[in-house]
Structure formats: C-alpha cells, structure tokens
Design a protein around this ligand. Structure first.
Ligand code: BT5
Length: 270
C-alpha cells in the first residue's frame, strides 16, 4: 500500500482538526462524493447558510466549468471545494473573489511545492514546467446580485493534485497535476489548509476596500503576448496589455485600438 496516499485521506474530522482559519471553512461539509460542490452549495438556502461554509468532496460525478463545461478528476486525486461568501460589495467588485482565490491558490501551491505558478485570465490556475504553462486548476464563481450589490457568491476551486499522466482528462488547454509537475505526491490536507488561510486574509483585506487587482494582474501569464480572445459574439486577436481595475482583459488590436473584455477564453498565438 502507498503510505503517501493513506496519510492523504480527507475526512470531516481530519479537515476540521487541521484548519487554522477563524471563520472561513467553518463549518465544513465533507462529502465522499457529490454531483458538484458548487451546485450543492447553490441549492442550500442562502439565508440559512452561514457565510464561510465550505463543501468539499473526493469525487464529483458532474463537476462543472464555465458555460456548461465539465470539470473531471479521478476520485481521491484532487482538491474540489466550494465556499460561500456574503460580500455586500458593489457588483463591479464581483471579480475580486476570483482574484483572491487565484492569488491564494498560487501562493499556497508555490509555498508547499516550490513550483512556479501563474494565472491565465480569467479563471485558470497554471503551473510552469520546462518553459511551458499547463492548466492545473480552475476557479468557478457563481455570484448573486441584489440591485448593485454582491449579495452572496459561491466560489468553486478545483486543483489537480495527485493525478498521473494517463488519468488526466482530455482538455483544450494542456493540463497537468502537481504530482506530475513536482515529481512527487503532494499531500492535499496541508495544501488545503494553506489555501484557506491565505484566502481568509486576502478576503479580509478586500473587505477593507484594498483591491487585489494589482497583485492578481502581476500573476497573469501572457501579458505582452499576442493572443486571441473568443467570446460568444466572436473573437479578436491582439496584444494582451493586462487588466483594468475591474479585472477586464485589455487587448490592443492591430490598428492600435484598445478593447476591454469582461469575459471570454484566451489562447496564445505564437
Ligand atoms: C474552469 O472552467 O476551469 C472552472 C473549474 C472549476 C472546478 C471546481 S471543482 C469544485 C467546484 N465544483 C464544480 O462543479 N466546479 C468547481 P473552464 O474555464 O470553463 O474550464 C473547463 C475546461 O477545463 C474543460 O472544458 C476542460 O477542457 C478542462 N478541464 C476539465 N477538467 C480538467 C482538469 N481536471 N484539469 C485541467 N483541465 C480540465
């Protein structure tokens, strides 16, 4: 038996006793398997669900990405969890949650493994191996607005931890896992604890009005590169110039005009 895997087992009790946060991930709901942690949390009555609650699982049988896409991960291989926030922030700051989640994940992974981590706009967690970037995780925000206020929001985080090459799903963006990138198994529990601790601190700062956008912008890969952004309405190719205060992607087209995009999918044009 692989001892590394035995010590990596997640349970309600192991998570509760390892947590170092004050309010984030309190309470925890650990489910051995569930359709989607995001969907599970969205189904709970938000008025009767405490802010900070975390739903975490070892296996999702219908894990979700954006726009009806799927998130696939073998059982027991990944970190798959969702958190409920009640920010009360202006709607224009909704993307701050994606920003702080991306910062918390990349910082924690880097600290726990020494890997070089980055973020690909808007919601991909990337890891650099031999000069190339691979997708190692994804963030999924479901925000609920009341008027111009961000009433509550579910932030879903998926991170490929111990997945071998032949178990990785087929993806558009090349994917990897922390195990493959680091060349060793990575225990999930300390990584989870580190992500949550960082995320709680970043949330508290954002709640004081300190924008995470500059730090997040610095973590973005592909800035200065020629990219294509694809949206439902069509696509545009140009140079990625970074993001604005709201986290919109800034792209300069071949005629020199600057465009801002609130959403879309980015691919590198070599
Ligand atoms: C995302 O969407 O990247 C957001 C993924 C969020 C997953 C978490 S897990 C916990 C919570 N509960 C959920 O149900 N979801 C959240 P998007 O940018 O749309 O990317 C989706 C695409 O990533 C898919 O179409 C695949 O090409 C690719 N993909 C799927 N599984 C992957 C994996 N394990 N690793 C890398 N890429 C993957």
């Amino acid at each position: 038996m692989d001892k590394g895997l035995i010590s990596d087992t997640l349970s309600q009790q192991s998570i509760e006793s390892a947590l170092t946060t004050r309010w984030l991930a309190r309470p925890v709901i650990y489910l051995p398997a569930v359709g989607s942690t995001n969907y599970y949390l969205q189904q709970l009555n938000p008025d009767q669900t405490p802010a900070g609650i975390m739903v975490i699982t070892d296996y999702q049988f219908s894990g979700r990405g954006r726009l009806g896409r799927r998130w696939e991960a073998p059982a027991g291989s990944s970190l798959l969890f969702s958190l409920l926030f009640r920010p009360g922030w202006p709607a224009s700051q909704a993307h701050w949650l994606t920003m702080i989640a991306g910062l918390a994940v990349t910082t924690a992974v880097q600290a726990e493994t020494g890997l070089t981590m980055g973020l690909k706009w808007p919601n991909d967690v990337m890891c650099r191996v031999d000069e190339r970037w691979y997708k190692v995780g994804g963030l999924l925000l479901a925000a609920s607005l009341t008027g111009d206020q961000l009433d509550h929001a579910v932030m879903g985080i998926g991170l490929n931890v111990n997945i071998s090459t032949n178990e990785l799903p087929e993806t558009i963006t090349p994917a990897t896992s922390l195990q493959m990138a680091a060349g060793r198994k990575v225990p999930r529990l300390p990584l989870l604890v580190s992500i949550l601790q960082g995320l709680e601190a970043l949330y508290m700062a954002a709640d004081q009005g300190i924008s995470p956008q500059p730090a997040w912008n610095d973590r973005l890969i592909l800035t200065g590169r020629r990219i294509t952004i694809t949206m439902r309405e069509g696509s545009l190719t140009g140079i990625m110039e970074g993001t604005d205060a709201e986290g919109q992607l800034l792209v300069r087209d071949e005629k020199g005009k600057l465009w801002a995009f609130p959403a879309g999918d980015v691919t590198l044009r070599e």
